[in-house]
Design a protein around this ligand. Structure first.
Ligand code: PHE
Length: 510
């Protein structure tokens, strides 16, 4: 039988198992089949419990070419004896050689035949001593040719005579398995509605689960690094008792983005070079209550903001410039989320009872827009992390202590503070931290205590103090993921595969 493919071998193995006593030996039943195809077939059958098998290693005796000649022509000594016996009256050495037809065979064979006392010398001729002999060597080799083995002593002797060699043979001992059948049934991989409807599931054979199989790579969605870092920040805020502000509004009026924050209308931040103005529509309506519970007079609030800018009010001398309502109604892409903080603080004043509002902690993490020249560290849009704490008897020391705690929670310690300026906070502080990796102090945030000029027009009590702080989400993300160009983080230059593969982020929280 020529070597077969696994496909062809499988039915033959099953057939052999059903027509022979169990177990069968592959070397006996399929002597011509190579190890690999046998193994592949058996693996397939045994995975379905149709057969059981065991690998058996044996040594087989294999005849050398000389031994093959002995099996067909007889041993040297037998050939010599046969020649002498046939001659009846004896042969000379030369005649014997001629009769046997091979010098070496004659030489070796006669030596052995003399020793066995089958022949003897009689003068110059050689004569037979017996009528017949047993060609033991030939018989042994013949047995070996058939059975590939013999008694160990005989094998050792013949091996020494270089008539055979031993060869390691791997074969299989094959038995029927619990699910033995003559045919390889189709294995179902899924239980289908049709199978349930027809009832064929009852007799179907199901392919067992391969729990070792590697799963197919899923084309699942992946979180952007900014989202991962944002998640960490949110957790810290929640841990510290903050509530998230609604920031789902990219377009603001100049009023909430600037005027309510006591940013004068000539401030360079309000320049076209710094702020994106909306062209259609250009302006917002006047600020008004959105909450039906809010019965406050917004005209009065607007007037107070105007007064505090233009003429001074609430103990402030103001900026003393003509404040224009049209300017405050211009629509902008918000330049910071402090616009949302302003609206939230104004809303907090609504909770005033007998001149007191409850303390509050708000945060937000969302997108802001600035008309910047794009480079490796600047984009026209980025994300701001913003926090606001409103409470009584707050001090600047308290803000610093809070900042130490807040940044400490993400593993940033040894903060340094530098006096700074924001139109809406006084005092204001930039927050720095020494970055081990970069080997220098880097600015990580901006903060301050909101001015009375901002809070009092809102109707918040005088003794309510409000901390505010802001930082970019991009900077810690870039540091965390080792990204040096912001365009690799946001925008069309982002490598989607990198987004898919990048690891989860864990800020080294204390
Ligand atoms: N709005 C500031 C900025 O854009 C951050 C800030 C928020 C500063 C609140 C003080 C108070 O950098």
């Amino acid at each position: 039988m020529a070597p077969l493919t696994t496909e062809d071998l499988i039915p033959q193995i099953l057939q052999a198992l059903s027509s022979n006593a169990d177990p069968i030996q592959s070397n006996v039943v399929f002597p011509q089949q190579p190890f690999e195809s046998l193994k592949a077939s058996l693996d397939r059958l045994s995975s379905r419990s149709m057969v059981t098998y065991e690998q058996v290693e044996r040594e087989e005796a294999l005849l050398e070419p000389e031994a093959e000649t002995i099996v067909s022509h007889g041993s040297h000594e037998a050939r010599v004896f046969e020649a002498v016996r046939k001659a009846m009256s004896g042969l000379s050495i030369q005649e014997l050689e001629k009769e046997v037809g091979d010098k070496t065979v004659t030489k070796l064979g006669s030596g052995k035949a003399f020793k066995e006392k089958w022949i003897k010398k009689d003068g110059n001729s050689i004569v037979a001593l017996v009528d017949s002999i047993n060609d033991v060597t030939r018989d042994q080799l013949r047995t070996i040719q058939e059975k590939r083995t013999h008694e160990p002593k005989i094998l050792a002797d013949l091996k020494k005579r270089k008539l055979l060699k031993m060869q390691k043979i791997i074969s299989f001992k094959i038995g029927k398995g619990p699910k033995f059948a003559l045919e390889l049934v189709k294995e179902e991989t899924d239980l289908t509605a049709e199978m349930l409807a027809s009832g064929s599931w009852k007799t179907a054979t199901f392919k067992p689960y391969n729990f070792k199989a590697l799963g197919a790579e899923q084309n699942a969605g992946a979180l952007h690094p900014l989202n991962k870092v944002r998640h960490e920040f949110r957790q810290i805020f929640f841990e510290m008792g903050f509530t998230e502000m609604p920031t789902n509004q990219f377009v603001e009026s100049g009023f909430w983005n600037f005027d309510a924050l006591f940013v004068p209308q000539q401030h360079p931040a309000r320049d076209l070079q710094d702020t994106f103005y909306i062209s259609d529509p250009k302006t917002a309506g006047r600020p008004r209550a959105v909450d039906p519970e809010d019965k406050r007079d917004y005209d009065e609030y607007l007037e107070n903001v105007k007064q505090v800018h233009q003429n001074g009010k609430f103990g402030s001398i103001g900026y003393r410039y003509p404040w224009a309502e049209e300017e405050s109604l211009r629509l902008v892409l918000r330049t910071h989320t402090t616009s949302v903080s302003a609206a939230m603080l104004h809303k907090l004043a609504l909770k005033s009872v007998n001149g007191r509002v409850p303390p509050a902690r708000y945060f937000s993490i969302d997108r802001v827009f600035r008309n910047e020249t794009v480079d490796a560290t600047h984009l026209c849009e980025f994300h701001q992390v913003e926090g606001v704490i409103a409470d009584y008897d707050l001090t600047l020391g308290g803000l610093m202590e809070f900042m130490d705690q807040f940044f400490g929670k993400m593993g940033v310690t040894n903060l340094m503070y530098k006096p700074a300026y924001n139109p809406y906070t006084e005092p204001s502080m930039e927050i720095f931290s020494y970055h081990e990796g970069l080997g220098k102090l880097i600015e990580i945030g901006n903060s301050g205590m909101f001015r009375p000029e901002m809070l009092e027009p809102m109707g918040l009590p005088k003794d309510l103090k409000v901390f505010g702080f802001g930082l970019s989400l991009e900077r810690p993300t870039m540091i965390k993921y080792g990204i040096s160009n912001i365009r690799e983080l946001l925008g069309h230059g982002v490598d989607l595969m990198a987004i898919q593969r990048n690891p989860a982020v864990r800020l080294d929280k204390n």
